[in-house]
Design a protein. Structure first.
Length: 459
């Protein structure tokens, strides 16, 4: 049955109404959405270009991504494979991985990943699964191992380069000496330890961030980052260190968190405190080629009684523009970084389900700042201000998630003046869903004034 609708988010020509959709691998109905409800798109439609034609239009004509992209579990499962399993995903910061044996355990596209530092000081990453009987090797909160990764099930042991060192006969197996012969596998036919090392995962770093990529054929991290290394080169990003961290549970799709981050249209109503230090008239679009969206506040205003971004002294030797600006970057697919003259805020949004995201937020400071008297109090003040802003964001994106679940809503119209970064981001998602791999271009100018009226900027 063909469906025609000229409104925003209209169903595509030839799309069929279906009374149920499947959850990918198991073919089950989506219990949260209910049996018997009519859907405009089947699971297969999510892989077709025509499904997204309204969002593919130029931003001044475009509608938002279909609500199904935020609410349906079958879309979520496809997105995990097509977006997260093919992208460079940030999983931690370099100051968490300084010494041999330091560990970050992260989840990417539903896989648990170990990132560690080997004896030569090089980053290594592996699937967090034993090659024997598939036991999960390290717990999620693990931050350090001595020199080996040991399976808790049968004690198979690996070095920090992922090589299988031994079966339970290896040192530390706790097997009584008179029983060790039982476990000797040296005479087992067709068994070579060299064939059973941990399964490697691509890993790389940029500045203070550590990334992994599950796709062996993906382009290098530098291609995904585009011109960010140049744009943020003055901040000496590789020197910043973790100072505070805080988790949040969000009952909303991860894309809503990103889309909320990359527009300031909502600031006066959602963030009355933030808009005092990041004024509407001081906002610019700030993005070149790369898998990211970018904004800039310049100049950053001073603190008010409600808080702000002052406190720590700024990094020395910053250029004039960098020393008075805040840089807001959403790294595709799920990481926000805010680089200010005196601190950095990072938010990693881990998708758990279509309507469930776990956030890991981090506050980074430069060693220069932390040497100053009163730095701990300043960091506490900054952490409190970011907590206020983030809780306000969580409340509003959870409201949006609730609204997207209402079948009466079929999509909205982009506000081209403020929401070009959303359009850019949503089209990156669409690209991956339909199997297109390309890097978005950038603006002709380094900074593009966003809040402009007929009388001039900010009038």
């Amino acid at each position: 049955m063909a469906v025609a609708d000229s409104g925003a988010g209209a169903a595509v020509k030839g799309a069929r109404l279906t009374t149920e959709h499947t959850n990918g691998s198991n073919g089950s109905k989506d219990s949260k959405r209910g049996t018997g409800r009519l859907y405009r798109f089947s699971t297969e439609d999510f892989l077709r270009e025509e499904t997204y034609r309204q969002t593919r239009l130029p931003v001044d004509l475009a509608s938002t991504l279909t609500p199904d992209a935020y609410t349906r579990e079958d879309f979520f499962e496809l997105e995990q494979e097509r977006v997260f399993a093919t992208s460079w995903v940030a999983v931690g910061v370099t100051s968490q991985l300084k010494s041999p044996g330091d560990v970050v355990v992260a989840e990417v596209a539903g896989r648990s990943i170990i990132v560690t530092v080997d004896k030569q000081g090089e980053l290594q990453a592996f699937q967090n699964v034993c090659r024997h009987r598939a036991a999960k090797l390290l717990d999620d909160g693990c931050r350090h191992v001595k020199s080996r990764i040991r399976c808790p099930y049968h004690s198979w042991t690996y070095d920090l380069e992922g090589n299988l060192l031994g079966t339970p006969l290896f040192e530390g197996s706790d097997i009584p000496e008179d029983q060790q012969g039982i476990f000797d596998m040296s005479d087992v036919k067709g068994f070579d330890k060299r064939d059973y090392g941990l399964m490697p995962v691509r890993v790389d770093s940029w500045g203070f961030l550590v990334f992994v990529n599950l796709d062996d054929e993906a382009a290098p991290l530098s291609e995904q980052l585009g011109d960010l290394d140049t744009r943020l080169g003055g901040y000496r990003l590789d020197e910043w260190e973790l100072a505070r961290e805080k988790p949040y549970t969000v009952h909303a799709n991860y894309k809503l968190i990103g889309e909320n981050f990359m527009e300031y249209y909502h600031l006066p109503w959602v963030h009355p405190e933030l808009v005092e230090v990041s004024r509407m008239e001081d906002h610019y679009r700030w993005q070149g080629p790369g898998m990211y969206t970018g904004m800039c506040t310049s100049p950053v205003s001073r603190n008010t009684d409600a808080g702000g971004w002052d406190g720590l002294p700024p990094l020395s030797k910053l250029g004039e523009q960098d020393s008075q600006s805040g840089r807001f970057v959403w790294l595709f697919p799920n990481t926000a970084i805010v680089v200010l003259p005196n601190h950095v805020f990072v938010l990693m949004a881990k998708p758990v389900a279509a309507g469930h995201t776990e956030e890991h937020t981090m506050l980074l400071a430069h060693p220069e700042s932390e040497k100053n008297e009163g730095s701990e109090a300043a960091l506490d003040q900054l952490a409190e201000f970011w907590d206020l802003v983030n809780r306000q964001d969580i409340e509003i994106v959870e409201r949006v998630q609730q609204g997207l679940s209402n079948p009466a809503y079929r999509g909205g119209r982009m506000c081209y003046r403020f929401e070009e970064p959303l359009h850019r981001f949503q089209n990156m998602v669409i690209d991956r869903m339909v199997g297109v791999y390309r890097i978005p271009g950038g603006d002709d100018e380094e900074m593009v004034q966003m809040f402009v009226t007929e009388e001039g900027p900010g009038e």
